[in-house]
Design a protein around this ligand. Sequence first.
Ligand code: MG
Length: 371
Amino acid sequence: MKITEIETIPLAAELQEPIWDAQHYIPKRQALIIKVYTDQGLIGLGESASFGGPIETTKAVIDKELKNYFIGKDPFDVERLWDDVYKGTVQHGRRGIVIAALSGIDIALWDLIGKATNKPVYKILGGYRDEVEAYASSGFYSEGRGLPQLAHMMETYVKEGFKTVKMKVGGMSAKDDLKRVQAVREAVGDEIGLAVDANSNWDLPTALWMAKQLEPFNIKWIEEPLMADDVTGTAKLANSTVIPIAGYEQDVTRYAFMELIKNQAVYYLQPDAIWAGGISECKKIAALALANHLAIMPHVFSSGVCLAANLHFIASTANAHLLELDRNENPLRDELIHHSLIHENGRIKLPDSPGLGIELNEEVIRKYTVS
Ligand SMILES: [Mg+2]
């Protein structure tokens, strides 16, 4: 089988109610969908992250540069192709946009391998579980969302069957954020796992103080307390609190995660298959974590393709913890793929069809494609 073409499809959907976390205002959701075509008629699907930037730049990296590494090649040679791109782009790649672009193609190659062999991706990678427990990722800041609205919203996820929920912090004064946490803890009850995500907006003194205040609320993990670059600060925080630290979704490749591991900075590592280097690289990060008795809990915050890719990664990874199931408004997650990956009591079953087990709804693609 030979790769004949790679298509990049930029999608964007305006939100009815914009949301924000401690660092980012989110008025729309966007996704760069990847289609890898072959001479046998099979098409592999993937997604490349474009967080924090215009979608056109990630698209250009694939269209003008990375595509050339893949045309005419066998998608089964995914390991060598990844290495060729990494080494070939190293002077301006290594982190950021090139690795995000590569991630989407890598996912599409795994989808092709699954389709060509008639097996789900997670079974090819080494199946570990056929069903994955998810947590409800929500509790953002939004216009008119006061304490009662926030508390009610988080309570609805518990009623839907989620055992763990996550909310945003770091976007207000420490004291106001504590009031939000208190309101949510009271609403969801003591039995539910409650995690907080500061999106890298605290400095070390604030994080140390907050961790102490948060301990009585029995917080399941603190996510991205500091800047991702502050590995030693994060390690200091991890050392000072019984609350496990999770991070950093912004990190990519084995090398960044190895720094976190070596410095004992986090317990939950959060690579995202569409961002950190694809499924291939996420498996290597998971192996590093496994050897160091740490858990994987991927960042998942984009389209249905991103959700599927990370779902297969988790289902094939012994030390994977929970799936992040974004509960904010996002038609690119809910409408883009036929038979959306719907949770039941906070759990998602793996599709048993070949590859990622998803098909794009072309009408939805046309609706949200940006030129
Ligand atoms: Mg996060």
